[in-house]
Design a protein around this ligand. Structure first.
Ligand code: GAL
Length: 810
């Protein structure tokens, strides 16, 4: 080839590459589906919020989402994290949402950008910056020019950043959908006409950005065109959008639920999530998004509520640490594959349904070439046996059977053939000094706060904590003084807010404390502590925080009760704590010599503790066991891993003792565990925060605790169970990257019980299941077994479906 030809080819190749990199694709929709470059699609999406993990975790999480059969990753954009002070922005580390979107793109997945910028999300203040609240003349989430100006400023900034990186599909990027506002329809009535005007303004603003991909508004039944209104909930099969040309989109399929301090652990079964998804697609759905696919962690002060825990595990298909939550992940993966195999018929077929009564129905999607069918049984107790197109099918209660060719059952939502993985925690093997850490400590010196008075503000009233702090800290000191004529024992009474968990609200209760006052001037200092700000409800932003008053001193003098109301005294306000201001948690913090190893205190309030530790070996996720501690914050190498509160015990009652029944409508009071235990004892320490050699842990303890039990552990699979039905199924068992060490139980027939407590049933096949499993699996990381009479021998269990139950130790 001549040199000029070579150059010509090289230029062509470059153009070709350029075209590949930047070629835009058209995303549109019709009443039937979302279309990408003209092709109608069935889309499976999952929420992964970038600030709830670390950049080091993103590639693995997104890869596992892709392996789980997802087409798309959804994330909110977190305004208060990005603009902590007005016009000062932060897009660093785990706030680098552009890098997150590029990671999604690198995996070849689509992205769904829910800008909000009000997001709810159990995130502090629903994602709105608290400084907004303190702007003169502002009203949040309504037709108020001060608010709209700020919202427009931030939204424009985000859209511009995304456009500059060419991340919208119209520019060749991964983003095929965007969202403005969030569930405003749920709360808009109290905002009256201004609310309606606001939502119209949101729609106009969104449209004006010309991003070239559709916008959605979730839970907004009056969404102005061309906004697509979408559904959020545990079930969205009966939802219809407000425009016949809008596709049926489910923006939030709640895969579990969030947890608050004092709550038990919520679980939603794999069977029920799969049932909800299958019904959605049976009834004409086109896109469904798991909220959450990976819940992750509310690091630092990001948890909302009030009283949302640091863990945001959500019982999602990927657990807080990024491990597969099995069987949920695998059971849904199989469902996605079946649905994808039917994409053509689902998006082009003529639809017809047959009603079999008793909440049993068949839906047929038929094109000229082929057809696909769903057999749905929404009855929560009765299994159904139906004759359909000449064949008989048993559809268990609360399940959907999928027949991709309208004949062969390929999937039933209630038949879980994926392994259950039981995770275990193991001690930090790198600590050759033994399990205990060696600590140094220093006090938070309260006297400094109360008497030094530098940079304090004051007012002749009790002020709302948000106004005083701009929410830069959980802590606000309210300090005043009182002149006393005589020495006496007073009772200090004050109204305190939210000392108990109150769902989405405030519980008002009176706090009383005996105080000894001396003649002359007495200082009174009250410390108010927030645990996340409200994130949901009409005007949630106005919910009061701090000490609302009245604050009174009450003394009994003979028969007379004297009340001194201090509410309008001169109060001095001090935000935060000295240790926070001086960054005791920071490795470079000065005064390192002030930490002492002697007279190490236990159960001392307002105490800082510090220890060094070695990186736990291996690659398994790391958790910090804070058993023995009271309440406070923990930092690893200067990174705030969140609020801790292991002394907050979950309710004693209401846990499911036996198996949790997947049948019937799920709500967050079903299938609970962890009764009577610490709401959260273990705290995730992402490996990306850990150095190879020495690492530092700092705790700030408010109540008083005993750090001697504190230790690091790693999380790994302890055992796996298979519980697969016979119907052309293969069961796969995997201990991840470790070999299966033994088989504890195996039986083919009608075994009873659940993972960890299997027992043989009355019916069992002839061959020895245990030795078959031992031969096939022991010593291997992964093994597969045909669940059939061929493998285990013939047996008649009187019509009861046969299954294989196995427990293997990793
Ligand atoms: C929805 C909201 C989400 C999240 C969810 C519950 O109402 O849109 O952001 O708060 O509830 O986890």
């Amino acid at each position: 080839m001549a040199a000029s030809q070579k150059i010509f080819s090289a230029i062509c190749f470059c153009f070709f590459l350029l075209a590949l990199c930047t070629s835009a694709y058209e995303v549109s929709h019709d009443g039937r589906a979302i279309t990408i470059d003209g092709a109608r699609r069935v889309l499976i999406s999952g929420s992964i919020h970038y600030p709830r993990s670390t950049p080091g975790m993103w590639p693995d999480l997104i890869k596992k989402a892709k392996e789980g059969g997802l087409d798309m990753i959804e994330t909110y954009v977190f305004w208060n994290a990005h603009e902590p002070s007005r016009r000062e922005y932060d897009f660093s580390d785990n706030l680098d949402f552009i890098r997150f979107l590029k990671t999604v793109q690198d995996e070849g997945l689509y992205a769904f950008l829910r800008i909000g910028p009000y997001i709810c999300g159990e995130w502090n203040y629903g994602g709105l910056p608290v400084w907004l609240h303190n702007m003169p003349g502002i009203e949040l989430r309504t037709a108020n020019s001060v608010f709209m100006n700020e919202m427009q400023n931030f939204t424009t900034k985000i859209v511009d950043m995304v456009k500059n990186e060419k991340l919208f599909a119209s520019q060749g990027g991964p983003i095929i959908l965007a969202q403005i506002e969030n569930e405003y329809g749920n709360v808009m009535t109290p905002y009256g006409d201004a609310g309606k005007a606001y939502i119209d303004w949101c729609a106009n603003m969104a449209e004006s950005f010309q991003i070239g991909v559709p916008w959605v508004m979730c839970q907004q039944s009056d969404a102005p065109q061309p906004m697509i209104n979408t559904c959020n909930g545990f079930y969205c099969d009966s939802f219809t959008p407000n425009n016949p040309n809008s596709p049926k989109i489910w923006t939030e399929n709640w895969t579990g639920w969030f947890k608050s301090w004092g709550d038990k652990d919520p679980h939603r079964t794999a069977e029920d999530v799969a049932f909800a998804v299958a019904r959605f697609f049976q009834n004409g759905g086109t896109l469904q998004n798991y909220y959450m696919y990976h819940g992750g962690t509310n690091f630092g002060r990001t948890a909302g509520g009030p009283y949302i825990t640091t863990s945001y595990d959500y019982d999602a298909p990927l657990d807080e640490y990024g491990n597969l939550n099995q069987p949920k992940w695998g059971h849904l993966k199989q469902l996605h594959a079946v649905l994808k195999s039917m994409e053509m018929t689902l998006t082009h077929g003529d639809v017809s349904t047959i009603d079999f009564n008793n909440s049993v129905s068949a839906t047929i999607y038929a094109t000229n070439e082929s057809s696909s069918c769903f057999l749905g049984n929404a009855n929560s107790t009765n299994d159904a046996t139906i004759n359909f197109q000449g064949n008989q099918y048993m559809v268990p209660a609360w399940s959907v059977t999928i027949l991709p060719d309208c004949k062969n059952e390929v999937y039933n939502t209630a038949k879980v053939n994926t392994q259950t993985s039981l995770m275990v925690k193991t001690a930090n093997k790198a600590e050759n000094e033994g399990a205990t850490l060696s600590w140094s400590w220093r006090p938070e010196i309260l006297k400094d706060t109360i008497f030094q008075r530098k940079r304090y503000v004051s007012a002749h009233q009790l002020i709302d904590q948000k106004a005083a702090t701009n929410d830069t800290s959980d802590y606000l000191w309210y300090i005043t003084s009182f002149n006393c004529e005589f020495k006496s024992l007073f009772i200090l009474t004050l109204l305190k807010l939210g000392s108990e968990w109150a769902k989405y609200g405030v519980s008002n209760s009176v706090f009383e404390q005996k105080v000894q006052l001396n003649p002359g001037r007495n200082q009174i200092a009250l410390l108010s502590v927030t645990v996340g700000l409200a994130n949901y409800g009409p005007m949630f932003d106005m919910i009061q925080t701090g000490i609302p008053g009245p604050v009174q001193l009450v003394v009994q003098k003979g028969d007379e009760t004297i009340i001194k109301d201090l509410s309008s005294y001169k109060w001095t306000y001090k935000v935060g704590l000295n240790g926070l201001e001086d960054k005791f948690y920071d490795l470079d913090s000065y005064q390192t010599w002030k930490w002492q190893a002697q007279q190490f205190p236990i159960n001392r309030n307002f105490t800082w503790y510090k220890a060094t530790f070695k990186a736990p070996l291996g690659t398994d996720p790391i958790v910090l066991d804070l058993q023995g501690m009271g309440k406070g914050f923990a930092w690893v190498n200067g990174f705030n891993i969140g609020r801790y509160w292991p002394t907050y015990i979950a309710d004693e009652d209401g846990c499911d003792v036996e198996v949790c029944d997947y049948r019937g409508s799920y709500d967050s009071s079903k299938c609970l565990t962890n009764c009577g235990q610490a709401t959260q004892r273990w705290y995730h320490v992402p490996r990306s925060l850990i150095n190879g050699d020495e690492n530092t842990l700092v705790l700030f303890e408010e109540f008083g605790g005993n750090p001697s039990l504190v230790n690091f552990q790693t999380i790994t699979i302890g055992s796996v169970c298979g519980n697969a039905y016979e119907s052309n199924n293969t069961l796969e068992l995997s201990c991840n990257e470790r070999p299966i060490s033994s088989i504890k139980f195996a039986s083919f027939g009608t075994p009873q019980g659940t993972c960890g407590s299997f027992q043989k049933g009355s019916c069992e096949a002839t061959k020895d299941a245990l030795s078959i499993l031992q031969n096939a699996c022991v010593g291997k990381n992964t093994c597969t077994i045909e669940v059939s009479e061929e493998t285990f021998g013939a047996v008649d269990c009187g019509g009861v479906p046969k299954r294989l139950a196995v427990e293997a130790v990793c």
